[in-house]
Design a protein around this ligand. Structure first.
Ligand code: PLP
Length: 451
């Protein structure tokens, strides 16, 4: 630890997703302020938040409108639940807004406190749906390797992260994983289009193996986020859609990252023309100002759960928390009224994408990809082969991430890929600065490797 606060943090605080022994020896980074796209740490250093927190602060940090809405709701009704036939104005208003913003077949939402809880809810709901239709044997949910769907037992089971499964007992029964459309790493000699079709057809093969009568749903992120911003080839989603329709499998688009503007649409499904039956949401729903998530439930499933199931025996104390709803409403109004998502689609998004693509000219970068404001750089030892560094995966990514922080830009490392997902309000000037810092970071990393 490097100071008294770091020492206290090391003494008492257990961190998620961190090697705590290493972290405690080094001293944690203390972030004290946030405004727009910028953070400030306890040393007064300004840092450009290239990850929007954890892919969530879509409207940027520190908007007073959210604080005001939260304060007003706290004073009016700080808490009541939505169990046992009760409700309250903020949850009604937020439900109405979501039905209006989502694709036309989505008219209902079930609220949770996080993306993980949303995926647990989704799993309970798809099994309840088939059970109500007297097909309880339709039980298996197919998901993808390297996916991330959260940290609860169901979330970590649906996710395809091997280290999480290795903790034991995961995945829970009834989860099956298939290939991911990660062309850069796994496409081999195939073109991206061929590889997209091949990985989509892995779903059909899995359904054949498990038996159509045993499969409840397929879940995937429109763009796999924590797995490394894996943008599927154009052939992928139409084929997945066809298979789900033909084989009578519910399609779940995990919109926890891609919802609320990340791809320049309200929902990532709209970007790819996906027509899901369910959409777990969280993160950008409140831009992370307060914890809230949900499952957008399409008419097909809503009709069964509402009109035929009876009691859906599921819910959280904080389902539709009034203050979290007030934060979400204020956030959605900012996204809508300031046309932030339109700007990502037509102005700042293309501007950032063009500059990001040029980073592929750097000797360390084998591929630079981005959709909306979600991007990755594949770091490679030599071009043009899509080959990885010798030795442990992630070593170079970690070096690069640490240089990035030192230079004043937060990027995330996923193995040896650098990930970017800035607040959607980022300006042209801030994009220029971001690219300057990213370029310096790549140069620093390159120099370090040549030493
Ligand atoms: N689903 C996806 C696609 C995510 O990226 C995440 C979190 O990163 C989750 C679910 C889990 O959300 P939470 O951390 O709010 O539980």
């Amino acid at each position: 630890p490097t100071g008294p606060l770091q020492a206290l943090d090391a003494a008492h605080h257990m961190h998620p997703f961190s090697d705590m022994k290493a972290l405690n020896a080094e001293g944690s980074r203390i972030i004290v302020k946030g405004k727009g796209c910028w953070l400030e740490d306890s040393n007064g250093k300004r840092i450009l938040d290239g990850m929007a927190g954890l892919w969530c602060v879509n409207i940027g940090h520190g908007r007073p409108e959210i604080a005001e809405a939260v304060q007003a709701q706290m004073a009016e009704l700080s808490y009541y639940n939505t169990f046992f036939k009760t409700t309250h104005p903020p949850v009604i208003e937020l439900s109405r807004m979501l039905a209006e913003l989502a694709p036309p077949s989505f008219n209902h939402v079930f609220f949770t406190g996080s993306g993980s809880e949303s995926n647990d809810t989704m799993l309970r709901m798809v099994r309840t749906y088939w059970k109500t239709l007297e097909k309880p044997e339709k039980f298996v949910v197919i998901a993808r390797k390297n996916a991330y769907h959260g940290s609860t037992m169901a979330g970590a089971s649906l996710g395809g992260m091997a280290p999480m499964h290795a903790q034991g007992g995961l995945p829970i029964p009834g989860i099956h994983h298939i290939a991911q459309p990660y062309w850069f790493d796994e496409g081999g000699e195939l073109s991206p289009e061929e590889f997209g079709l091949q990985t989509a057809r892995a779903l059909e093969q899995a359904i054949d193996e498990i038996g159509e009568d045993n499969v409840a749903a397929f879940i995937a992120e429109p763009v796999q986020g924590a797995g490394g911003v894996i943008v599927p080839p154009a052939t992928y989603w139409p084929e997945i859609q066809r298979i789900c329709k033909e084989r009578n499998i519910l399609l779940v688009a995990d919109e926890v990252i891609t919802g609320f503007g990340r791809l320049g649409r309200w929902f990532g499904s709209e970007y790819f023309g996906i027509e899901p039956d369910l959409m777990p949401i969280a993160k950008g729903l409140s831009s992370g100002y307060l914890p809230i998530g949900g499952v957008m439930v399409g008419d097909r499933v809503a009709d069964v759960i509402i009109n035929q199931t009876g009691d859906f025996n599921h819910g959280f104390t904080y389902s539709g928390h009034p203050v979290a709803c007030a934060a979400a409403i204020a956030n959605l109004k900012i996204l809508r009224d300031e046309k932030i998502i339109e700007r990502v689609a037509n102005d700042t998004g293309p501007y950032l994408q063009k500059k990001w693509a040029l980073l592929a000219n750097h000797p360390l970068v084998g591929e630079a990809r981005m959709v909306g404001m979600m991007g990755a750089l594949e770091l490679v030892p030599a071009k043009p082969e899509r080959r990885r560094f010798a030795g442990e995966a992630g070593k170079i990514g970690t070096i690069c991430r640490d240089f990035s922080f030192k230079n004043g830009l937060i990027m995330r490392a996923v193995r040896d890929s650098m990930i970017l997902s800035p607040p959607l309000v980022i300006s042209h000037e801030e994009i220029d600065e971001l690219i300057r810092l990213a370029t310096k970071t790549l140069d620093d990393t390159h120099e370090e490797l040549l030493r």
